[in-house]
Write a protein that binds this ligand. Structure first.
Ligand code: COA
Length: 119
C-alpha cells in the first residue's frame, strides 16, 4: 500500500529516488527531497509491504497531478509494484485531477496506460 512520506523515511526515499536517471547527483537529490518536504504542491508516497519497496512522487498543478518520480527497489522489480503505485495514484486523485507523466516518467507511465487499454 501507499503511505505518505515522513521525515524518518528520508534515507530510504533518497535511496529509491537515486535510481531515477535524473537524480544521480547527490545535490539534485537533496533538493528534490527538500522540495517534497516543503512545497505543499509536491507529495511523495512510499510503497510499503513488509519493507519499503518503491516510491512515487507527484506535483499538483491546476487540474493536473503530474507523476514526476517513480522508482522500485531493483530486487523487487518486474513484480507489478510500479504499476500498482500508478494505479493507487489514479485511485487517490483520478476523480478530481487529470493524471499525467513528465519527461522523467513518461516511458513507464505510457507503458502502464497502453497495457490498461489492451486489458
Ligand atoms: N520504461 C518503460 N517500461 C519499463 C521501464 C521504463 N523505464 N522500466 C521497466 N519497464 C517495464 C518492464 O520492462 C516490464 O515490462 P513487461 O510488463 O512488458 O514485462 C514492466 O515495466 C514491469 O512493470 P512493473 O513490475 O509494474 O514495474 P516495476 O515494479 O519493475 O517498476 C520502474 C518499474 C520503472 C519503476 C522500475 O524499473 C525502476 O525503478 N526503474 C528505475 C527508475 C526509473 O527509471 N524511473 C523512471 C521510469 S520512466
Amino acid at each position: 500500500m501507499l503511505v505518505r512520506f515522513k521525515k524518518n523515511f528520508e534515507k530510504i526515499a533518497m535511496g529509491l529516488l537515486s535510481f531515477m536517471p535524473e537524480e544521480k547527483d547527490v545535490k539534485k537529490l537533496q533538493q528534490t527531497i527538500k522540495e517534497y518536504e516543503e512545497n505543499s504542491s509536491w507529495e511523495l508516497y512510499l510503497w510499503k509491504e513488509e519493507d519499503i519497496l518503491g516510491i512515487i512522487g507527484v506535483r499538483f498543478e491546476e487540474d493536473k497531478v503530474i507523476i514526476q518520480h517513480i522508482s522500485v527497489n531493483p530486487s523487487h522489480r518486474n513484480q507489478g509494484i510500479g504499476k500498482k503505485m500508478v494505479e493507487e495514484v489514479k485511485q487517490l486523485f483520478g476523480e478530481k485531477f487529470k493524471i499525467i507523466a513528465n519527461q522523467q516518467t513518461d516511458r513507464f507511465i505510457n507503458k502502464c496506460e497502453n497495457q490498461t487499454k489492451i486489458l
